[in-house]
Write a protein that binds this ligand. Structure first.
Ligand SMILES: Cc1cc2nc3c(=O)[nH]c(=O)nc-3n(C[C@H](O)[C@H](O)[C@H](O)COP(=O)(O)O)c2cc1C
Length: 203
């Protein structure tokens, strides 16, 4: 059976992490449900010059073509598509990553708002005791941000800030992106060769 995962993009800086993660998930033969907030689309355009089509069907087709995915392997969902599998505990993938994750999304999820499909999908993963990984980005964090992240961490949500290390001697922005994506894949239990592991580097 194909493994399934939900990947949500929200309006924090860091679109390259999401695109690289999507590529890796497709290569790992996951079926990926892709959700993007309106702000995420603005960030994608600003950071990557990419304009995703508004229609979920058109976006699904485009992403499948862009990432060499099988038909139906990438399923884009609209922000109020309440009949999507990700909206119900009876059908949602047990794993979800929000990358990048805005402080607004952190707050909404910490308070159970469920006001759009991203918030609802996260709420479902939490209630079903699945694996939810947030990749927040902001600097500095305010006490509100920190308290919201702490309450999520306390109930088992993984808070993995977009904070790449430099000890693998990155030569490019791509190396920094891969650092973060490698750590996300590690937590999802997906094999990868994106970077050398600590203790195995050339000295
Ligand atoms: C180019 C750009 C970069 C942004 N970077 C961040 C960021 O790093 N962190 C953050 O929390 N919000 C950031 N924002 C603001 C969020 O996009 C904004 O709060 C938005 O309402 C979040 O909505 P969403 O959670 O539905 O995606 C950024 C906005 C833009 C346009």
């Amino acid at each position: 059976m194909t493994r399934r995962i939900t990947l949500a993009l929200t309006g924090a800086s860091g679109a390259p992490y999401a695109l690289r993660l999507l590529e890796c998930l497709v290569q790992a033969d996951y079926q990926v449900f892709v959700l993007a907030s309106s702000a995420a689309r603005v960030v994608l355009k600003t950071e990557q010059g990419i304009d995703w089509p508004a229609s979920p069907q058109a976006l699904s087709q485009q992403l499948c073509a862009d990432y060499g995915a099988r038909e139906g392997q990438i399923v884009a969902c609209g922000k109020e598509e309440w009949f999507s599998p990700v909206a119900s505990g009876s059908a949602a993938p047990k794993q979800m990553v929000i990358c990048p994750c805005s402080m607004g999304a952190v707050s909404a999820i910490a308070h159970g708002a469920s006001d759009n499909l991203i918030e609802r999908a996260a709420d479902v993963v939490i209630k079903e005791r699945g694996q939810l990984i947030l990749v927040p980005r902001e600097s500095p964090f305010s006490p509100i941000h920190l308290e919201n992240m702490l309450s999520l961490s306390r109930i088992g949500v993984t808070i993995m800030p977009a904070a790449p290390g430099f000890y693998h001697q990155p030569q490019s922005v791509g190396d920094l992106v891969d650092f973060m994506v490698a750590r996300i894949l590690d937590h999802l239990g997906i094999e990868h060769q994106l970077m050398q592991r600590w203790g195995y580097q050339k000295q």
